[in-house]
Design a protein around this ligand. Structure first.
Ligand code: ZN
Length: 140
């Protein structure tokens, strides 16, 4: 047990993590019960009939933590995340921290345009949330 600390330096765009999920109801218990669709509780075991669940939006690759071509960097509280077009991890779970350099082009406008073109039509682009970010993520 313990906490692992990860820091990232990225060029990317912050997005609301909820926008990468499609909410759905999932059955809580496995009992076979009639009329469970409209039930609040299971008439057989008494448990809540439904839980909140979600499906990933199209374009999401949860196994690789990618959305479209972009790396996903999470916030510790998972309320927002960043889609990164360039990413560098700073330090690692072994507690080794060295200075790192994130390679970026002289002009970020091409990266900005690429992200805007892909995220804009999906309602995920926010001009004010694009930039160079330093993010710390703690895994408990
Ligand atoms: Zn049940």
């Amino acid at each position: 047990m313990g906490a692992d600390y990860y820091s990232y330096l990225i060029v990317g765009c912050e997005v609301d993590e909820e926008k990468l999920k499609v909410p759905k109801r999932v059955r809580n218990c496995k009992c076979k019960v009639d009329n469970i669709e409209s039930a609040e509780y299971c008439s057989k075991c008494g448990a809540a009939a439904w839980n909140d669940g979600y499906d990933p939006v199209e374009g999401m690759n949860e196994d690789e933590d990618k959305f479209l071509d972009f790396d996903i960097v999470h916030n510790t509280d998972y309320k927002n995340c960043w889609l990164a077009i360039r990413k560098k991890e700073v330090g690692d779970s072994e507690g080794v921290f060295d200075a790192v350099k994130l390679e970026v082009p002289d002009d970020l406008s091409d990266l900005r345009k690429e992200m805007k073109d892909k995220l804009g039509p999906l309602g995920l682009w926010d001009e004010k949330k694009f930039g160079v970010w330093a993010i710390q993520y703690v895994s408990y």
